[in-house]
Write a protein of this length. Structure first.
Length: 189
């Protein structure tokens, strides 16, 4: 089991987590999960369509580690998709980002998505038969893409972790850390 002996908390030691985002992300939906991953020993890598920096809608600036055009899903153990309307809408038009998400899901790796971040899952075609939550305005899009949409704080559908808004971040962070630890154990077995 991937847990720390001293605290019995899930450990993400040796786990590399991709954070896929671009300008206009919801600041806390990037920073809070990032901090949770790092606090549990994981390595967080920011991926965006372009090199340089990205800026959140409230002004948080983050340095891009890799571009969506030069990554392979096999390099990562899990994925976080922060929300923010502009971020989510722009990412779904970047074909390299869509392909990256599709490949990661096809490899049965855990994905955590919050708020509007789920939009890219519709373009990746990975929602058929999945149970998910999101910001309420995405309900129709996600349902039309084959998902069962529910209004819950956090949903874990076999490694697809989803939440609605920044208010859900404590539960979202806890669920994604647990799922990423389970996923790392499963992929190493």
């Amino acid at each position: 089991m991937t847990t720390s002996d001293a605290t019995s908390r899930p450990s993400l030691d040796g786990v590399t987590v991709a954070f896929l985002s671009t300008d206009g992300f919801e600041d806390s939906e990037l920073t809070s999960p990032w901090e949770a991953v790092v606090a549990h020993g994981g390595t967080a890598v920011l991926i965006a369509p372009d090199d340089g920096e990205i800026t959140g809608k409230k002004g948080h600036v983050a340095s891009v580690n890799r571009t969506s055009h030069d990554v392979d899903a096999a390099e990562f153990d899990a994925l976080v998709l922060p929300g923010g309307v502009v971020n989510a809408d722009d990412l779904r038009t970047d074909q390299a980002s869509v392909a990256f998400v599709r490949d990661l899901v096809a490899q049965h790796k855990p994905v955590a998505v919050i708020c509007h971040g789920a939009w890219i899952l519709t373009d990746a075609g990975v929602l058929t038969g999945r149970r998910i939550t999101s910001f309420p305005s995405l309900r129709t899009d996600l349902t039309n893409a084959g998902a069962t949409w529910v209004d819950e704080e956090v949903v874990d559908d076999d490694g697809l972790i989803s939440s609605r808004t920044p208010d859900d971040l404590p539960a979202f962070d806890e669920a994604l850390v647990a799922a990423f630890a389970r996923g790392a154990v499963a992929h190493r077995a």
